[in-house]
Write a protein that binds this ligand. Structure first.
Ligand SMILES: [Ca+2]
Length: 272
């Protein structure tokens, strides 16, 4: 069954969504939140109170559970479910579109967390903005209360190498010091096409220059450390009411072909 057919199945399955509060909070030093979408919904993202995360879209973008296409590592479930993220950019007069699956709760409860997401990108995409092409797959943002701000601190982005293959970079906008924004590239691994792979990060949320961001890319057979960055500010300071939010995203300012679609599954947040 082709990707488009599976997507249609996923759209149909939306009628089967069961809305019920689900708490995936567990003990420390363990998985504190996770979802495999096996209930056919996004309800885990909003739980336990309905406001601890969720889907946020701009432009031409959105996310939908899809039945019959999942990572299904055990092979035991004949009808696995994943989540398809869809983005078209530009979108009319808008250069950018994005869909974002946020978790607000755990990044506020625990300063040090591992974040892991399995991705399935079915084809090679190219990034078409002539000035500043970008496509963000994962993001840590920080909001503050005094003053009121909400800005990205680290983004896992995708670019094209000279031969057209996709690879991930880590972009650090430094909203507190934008003149020194930094892009961390790597030549170790490409983004695999039509194959499940994961991005995992250890993010130590700090309002001063004592934070840490360590990122791996891997799959069932391999694991590669891409960056191990210490001594960095990873959110706005306590004195300004700073906190960290985390999101899995498909946020682009020019991507081809459109609609750009990929699946995620087995998303996990855990304490060190
Ligand atoms: Ca699943």
């Amino acid at each position: 069954m082709g990707w488009r057919s599976l997507l249609l199945l996923g759209t149909v399955s939306l009628g089967l969504i069961v809305i019920e509060p689900v708490s995936n909070l567990r003990a420390q030093s363990a998985v504190v939140w996770s979802t495999g979408f096996e209930d056919g919904s996004e309800v885990d993202w909003y739980g336990p109170d309905g406001f601890s995360g969720g889907e946020f879209n701009s432009g031409c973008a959105g996310a939908s559970p899809i039945r019959g296409f999942g990572r299904n590592p055990s092979g035991a479930d004949p009808y696995p479910v994943s989540l398809v993220l869809t983005t078209a950019a530009p979108c009319g007069a808008l250069a950018e579109s994005g869909t974002r699956m946020f978790r607000f709760l755990e990044p506020r409860l625990f300063p040090d967390l591992y974040y892991m997401v399995w991705y399935y990108i079915p084809q090679t995409f190219t990034f078409t903005d002539p000035v500043n092409p970008w496509w963000i797959l994962m993001s840590w943002k920080s909001s503050s209360t005094t003053p009121a701000r909400n800005d990205p601190f680290f983004n896992v982005t995708v670019g094209n190498r000279a031969d057209g293959n996709m690879f991930i970079s880590l972009y650090e906008p430094k909203p507190y010091d934008p003149a020194n924004a930094t892009s961390h590239a790597q030549t170790l691994v490409n983004v695999p096409v039509a194959q499940w792979f994961y991005i995992e990060a250890l993010y130590k949320s700090r309002g001063n220059s004592t934070g840490q961001v360590t990122v791996w890319q891997g799959d069932e057979a391999s694991r590669t450390l891409l960056w191990d960055i210490h001594g960095v500010q990873t959110r706005y300071p306590d004195s300004e009411g700073g906190g960290t939010d985390w999101a899995v995203t498909s946020y682009a300012n020019g991507i081809d072909p459109v609609p750009a679609q990929f699946a995620i599954d087995d998303v996990e947040i855990r304490t060190p």
